[in-house]
Design a protein around this ligand. Structure first.
Ligand SMILES: [Zn+2]
Length: 430
């Protein structure tokens, strides 16, 4: 007997298929079976277990292509179990875990170990990036073909920029042959050395060393050039500067094989908003100017920036209490990304509902080549999120994440995930 579940009365938003309408959704054995209006009234479906989605959006589960789960090596800050619990709470059903763990995920054996661990512990689907260079040292390339064979979903040295353009070129040529996207953390270390904030008036007033926007943009420009030279797919992580957005816009106009992401903290906050020396507002790249923030919103609106990703980066309280300069870079984001995106982009009318769902679900799935995610097409796994777009709430610790380093604590937000399903099973419900 097939296991069936009906989601009734919601508004399905599936940009990948151009659907934005009242639809009931029938799930059978963990997969989307059918979508239609009035499905719940069909004779054969009386008595099927039903979830009432009246007043809610029914969207594909979010795909967050930039997450740090800290396992192995720093399980005190986060684990696969707690990080994916945070994802479920935030409506995220697939995460891409970055390779900068301890040890770095740079061998097939390490990848297989992590995938087995995720199979046992994870609440949502976890994909893993393999490192581009051994130990993320920027010296010797890893074995891309073997990493792919072991299940690497992308290649990235995120956390560390690849400083050598020559090595980056070689990496792109080899990644292209494996049809793997390279996700680059764009930062020229010779411009950002010693910085803990954005170069500008707020940092100057506080006596903090800032990194200029150009530290990001020069490497964005380099990577665009290398993508065009090699024909390899390059994905630019966590864009923060207006000039970077403009560079990507121009590159896309030329047909360059580049995609880009922006993080909620960068499009919702700016450096003039940082309260005192609160290190829960410290991340890399740093919060930049109001103009940069506005450019990110514009880039998300016109599609220059394809995807929204969190760069979820858990750090313990003690490390973050060390002061703004000594504290580590990074903020958590899985539990607030959907809400911040709804508050800042949808409710402020910068993006339509359909555009927002495309940036959160369809685009990252497409960049990672996941044909069966980011959509609610019949036949795909029933990973979906029920969104209450108007629920007002205020994020506060404790979080599902083991860490609590977020600038959004105490900030009023509008909209959240009312329920999250992975393979037809509820992994979060309010
Ligand atoms: Zn990064």
């Amino acid at each position: 007997m097939a296991e069936r579940l009906l989601i009734r009365g919601g508004t399905v938003v599936d940009p990948a298929r151009g659907v934005e309408a009242a639809r009931d959704v029938l799930i059978e054995d963990g997969k989307i079976r059918d979508l239609a209006a009035g499905l719940s009234k069909k004779p054969g479906l009386q008595g099927v277990e039903t979830i009432d989605a009246s007043g809610l959006w029914v969207i594909p589960g979010l795909v967050d292509m930039h997450v740090h789960l800290r396992e192995p090596g720093r399980e005190g800050d986060e684990t696969i179990a707690t990080g994916t619990s945070a994802a479920a709470r935030g409506g995220v059903t697939t995460v891409l875990a970055m390779a900068n763990t301890e040890p770095v995920c740079d061998t097939p054996a390490q990848l297989r170990l992590l995938r087995a661990k995720a199979d046992a512990d994870a609440k949502v689907r976890v994909l893993f990036a393999g490192a581009v260079t051994v130990g993320q040292k920027g010296e010797r390339l890893t074995e891309f073909a073997r990493l792919k064979e072991a299940g690497a979903a992308a290649l990235s040295d995120d956390g560390r920029p690849l400083m050598s353009a020559g090595l980056m070129r070689r990496a792109l040529e080899l990644a292209r042959d494996q049809n793997l996207v390279v996700i680059d953390h764009c930062e020229d270390l010779t411009l950002s050395a010693g910085a803990c904030a954005n170069e500008g008036a707020p940092a100057l007033r506080k006596g903090l060393k800032g990194a200029p926007w150009a530290a990001e943009t020069v490497q964005v420009l380099r990577d665009i050039a290398l993508a065009e030279l090699t024909g390899a797919r390059v994905h630019l992580a966590h864009l923060s500067a207006a000039a970077s957005v403009e560079a990507v816009r121009a590159a896309k106009r030329r047909g360059a094989p580049v995609t880009a992401e922006a993080c909620p903290h960068h499009f919702a906050l700016s450096d003039d908003m940082i309260p005192g020396y609160d290190a829960d507002w410290k991340m890399n790249p740093p919060l930049r100017s109001r103009e940069d923030r506005a450019a990110l919103v514009e880039g998300l609106a016109d599609g220059t920036i394809d995807a929204i990703a969190t760069d979820h980066a858990p750090h313990g309280c003690a490390a973050k209490a060390a002061g703004f300069d000594p504290a580590p870079f990074g903020v958590i984001g899985l539990e607030t990304a959907l809400a911040v995106s709804l508050t800042e982009l949808y409710h402020k009318k910068a993006l339509t509902r359909r555009e927002l769902v495309a940036r959160l679900c369809a685009a990252p799935a497409a960049i990672l080549g996941l044909g069966d995610r980011g959509t609610l097409a019949p036949g795909v796994p029933a990973d979906l999120t029920l969104v209450d777009p108007n629920a007002e709430w205020t994020p506060a610790a404790p979080y599902a994440s083991k860490s609590r380093n977020t600038p959004f604590s105490g900030r009023r937000l509008k909209g959240r995930a009312a329920r999250t399903l992975v393979g037809g099973r509820t992994v979060h419900a309010l």
